[in-house]
Design a protein around this ligand. Structure first.
Ligand code: SAM
Length: 230
């Protein structure tokens, strides 16, 4: 992967960035995504935020090497602290982290979201917590994609401001992804069910304490919920 040829995962994230947007990519270790967006003429201004010094320096080197210092500001900052008011950022991308970390980044500097109208989030795991966060923070899910690359399955969630209603199954699996019911989606959730069934078998061998019993019931309900969708 490089700034000219992104991974399928990051290319899909990029495909949801509106033309002419002002983007902040948070956790931008090589700044590949902002460099690609500028080089493709999708955006002319971007911020690349990175909290760790080594990846921050890689991002700086990349932006310099691509000759994009006038277009991309690379900032060493924790999450949305990379976004300054006069950047007028309207689109934020956060990719390649767990759902809980993405949510903690969104929660830590809510003032940075004032001018933002679109969030493009790619959790490696636990997309559910992002859907829960969206529901309770006035964001609606515009689109969702599930894809497989290098034997890993990724979800991408595109949020815009608004109100939505989701069922328990839609919070866990994604309303759009349920509607698409793609091969990758079925593969992901079939694997999850198999995993839960393995844990259940182990729990069945354990002493039936109230905690074990509660865990069993939780897993049985999850299996039932997901089987009801597939
Ligand atoms: N976004 C790139 C991608 O999807 O390929 C890089 C993903 S990499 C696995 C995650 C990056 O996020 C790391 O470089 C890490 O240092 C950075 N990161 C983690 N927490 C962060 C935070 N609170 N603020 C900014 N960057 C963060």
């Amino acid at each position: 992967m490089n700034a000219q040829k992104l991974s399928k995962r990051l290319e899909t994230v990029a495909s949801f960035v509106p033309t002419g947007a002002v983007v902040a990519d948070i956790g931008s270790d090589h700044a590949y995504l902002p460099c690609y967006l500028v080089q493709q003429g999708i955006v002319s201004r971007a911020v690349a935020g990175e909290v760790v010094k080594g990846p921050y320096e890689s991002a700086q080197r990349q932006v310099r090497a691509e000759g994009l210092l006038n277009n991309i500001e690379v900032r060493l900052a924790d999450g949305l602290a990379a976004v300054e008011q006069n950047d007028h950022v309207d689109t934020i991308t956060i990719a390649g982290m767990g759902g809980p970390l993405i949510v903690s980044i969104l929660d830590k500097h809510p003032e940075a979201l004032h001018s933002v109208t679109r969030l493009i989030l790619q959790p490696n795991i636990h997309a559910k917590v992002i859907r829960e966060w969206a529901l309770s923070h006035g964001w609606a899910i515009l689109d969702e994609v599930i894809l497989e690359e290098d034997d890993k399955i990724y979800e991408i969630l595109v949020l815009q401001r608004g109100v939505m209603r989701l069922t328990e199954a839609e919070i866990l699996l994604g309303k759009h992804l349920i509607a698409q019911c793609s091969e990758v989606f079925v593969k992901k959730w079939t694997r999850e069910i198999e995993n839960w069934q393995r844990i259940l078998q182990d729990l069945n061998k354990a002493e039936a304490t109230p905690e074990i019993q509660a865990k069993r019931e939780e897993l049985q309900q999850l299996i039932q919920l997901v089987e009801g969708v597939l």
